[in-house]
Write a protein that binds this ligand. Sequence first.
Ligand SMILES: CSCCC(=O)C(=O)COP(=O)(O)O
Ligand code: ZN
Length: 203
Amino acid sequence: MTLEGAAAALVAAGRRLDALGLVPATAGNFSVRLDARRLAVTVSGRHKGFLTADDVMVVDLDGIAEDPRKKSSAETLLHCGIYRRFPQAGAVLHGHSIANTFLSRAAGNDLTLAGYELLKAFPGLPTHDAEVTLPVIPNDQDIARMQRGLDLLWDGLPSIPPGYLIRGHGSYVWAPDMPAALMRMEALEFMLACELEERRQPR
Ligand SMILES: CSCCC(=O)C(=O)COP(=O)(O)O
Ligand SMILES: [Zn+2]
């Protein structure tokens, strides 16, 4: 993918996720893979609903910026960690919603979503009669350490779902391309909103 195409995809993703309330304030960050060694990622601290092409920059898989005058997302190393581990990952989205924040604070080490039609948005789940268990990892301002923890966690999982939650912080999903990543993010956040609604019901 070209940098111009990547920038257009990230700007459009920001508008879409902002319209859904998933990137309040300057929260969230997005990326797409450019080639085997590089990704295009959002610049840190920008409101993701109002991105322009100038708010997208190139880093390598170690998070090193091509243009050192620009500062990439504070969470760049989580994007790099996904592209390094999953060769089929072509786009990564991170959002902060009320549902993912609340539920990740209430959850243990993982969160299972079961019986939702929208589970079909995740790979290998052809019917609603299925479940996906997403890891919930501790939040940490040391992003390199958080990624090391994720790598250890992934090493121990028999199969790795294409997403996770960071406690009290937000959700990450990835997919082969941006349209598929958006579909996963919307489906995940819809199911989390349903879970939140269920917990609001009087028992
Ligand atoms: C105001 S949100 C706090 C930082 C964060 O969690 C986030 O997703 C946005 O950080 P970035 O550096 O990518 O703008
Ligand atoms: Zn965040």
